[in-house]
Design a protein around this ligand. Structure first.
Ligand code: UDP
Ligand code: MG
Length: 306
């Protein structure tokens, strides 16, 4: 008989959080479950800690990746190994409270295929992180055709139908929050207050957040390219009009040395061009990554998984 629930938890240097998390899940999970930890190249004692737990409990499983591939890819590795009728993905740092598992499962039992969660508040979250995240969701929803739920957490519950849909995506540049918003199905969202992480520091630096935001943008919309095209057209139009004005001025003999207008035009044109080229570069880089067809993760070892 299939397990009722697969719980998938990506782990990158969370050694101190693993045992409390495992205990909290054991206490709160109302059905039989398998717990799949994905060790994403941790450099601390995360892997030995998981192995120790897995040795005494066959329902605790581990996929250890050959190096750090990133949160999104680690999640995908977990999804590809989930066997439960329902699946929950959650973080390994206590910010996604295991106490909520029964409520999420209830919603699935009511007939929803996919339950997103939405952070109302995040304890101890920095001002800059809050602002940048709010701005990102504003921006992405402005340009994307898919409505992406703001303040979404990678804490979700869903059934096999949704799992199959997500696994059918072949893309290498993963922005799972976008994919989960894109696929449709009967969906609802559950709001919660995210506590501070139990131990350790956030693994999402501003650089990583920016990378994820860029990935989210380029993989869900071509509108930035269209905007570049539009701005380019407007600027060309203005330049053309200015050219006519300059010619008239030349024939009328009032060609005064116009340093300011020249420098402004050159800088403005240069800036817009560089911006547009950079943007194009982002999309070409995505194409490049996709076309190489590299695996999105490599497994070093599996524990309690055939
Ligand atoms: N994580 C991962 N690989 C990474 C970065 C993070 O598997 O390269 C895991 C991490 O261990 C945690 C989850 O992804 O379980 C979310 O990371 P974190 O809590 O640092 O992000 P934040 O909550 O600060 O956005
Ligand atoms: Mg966290």
């Amino acid at each position: 008989m299939a397990t009722s629930l697969s719980i998938i938890i990506p782990i990158y240097n969370e050694a101190e959080n693993i045992l409390p998390l495992t205990n909290a899940i054991e206490k709160n999970c109302p059905v039989d479950y398998e717990l799949i930890f994905i060790n994403d190249g941790s450099k601390d004692d995360s892997l030995p800690t998981i192995i120790q737990l897995a040795n005494t409990n066959k329902n605790i499983k581990c996929i250890s990746l050959s190096r750090n591939f990133g949160h999104q890819h680690a999640l995908m590795a977990g999804l590809e190994h989930a066997t439960g009728n329902n699946i929950i993905i959650m973080d390994g740092d206590g910010q996604h409270p295991p106490e909520l598992i029964p409520s999420l499962l209830d919603l699935l039992n009511q007939g929803y295929d996919l339950v997103h969660t939405e952070r109302k508040k995040t304890a101890h979250s920095g001002f800059l992180k809050k602002i940048s995240s709010a701005l990102f969701y504003r921006f992405i929803n402005l340009i994307s055709d898919t409505k992406i739920v703001a303040n979404q957490a990678d804490f979700k519950a869903f059934n096999q139908k949704v799992l199959k849909a997500v696994l059918s995506f072949k893309e290498r540049e993963l922005f799972l929050r976008g994919l989960f918003s894109w696929i449709g199905f009967r969906t609802t969202s559950y709001a919660f207050d995210a506590p501070a992480r139990w131990h350790g520091k956030s693994k999402y630096s501003y650089t990583k957040m920016l990378q994820l935001a860029l990935k989210g943008t380029t993989s869900f919309s071509f509108k930035p390219l269209r905007m570049a095209l539009l701005i380019g057209s407007l600027v060309s139009l203005a330049a053309f009009a200015f050219g006519i004005y300059a010619l008239i001025a030349y024939f009328n003999g009032n060609t005064v040395p116009g340093w300011a207008s020249i420098i402004i035009a050159v800088m403005f044109l240069g800036g817009t061009q560089l911006l547009a080229i950079g943007l194009l570069g982002e999309y070409i880089a995505s194409l490049f990554t996709e076309s190489k067809q590299r695996p999105i993760y490599l497994i070093d070892q599996k524990i309690n998984i055939d």
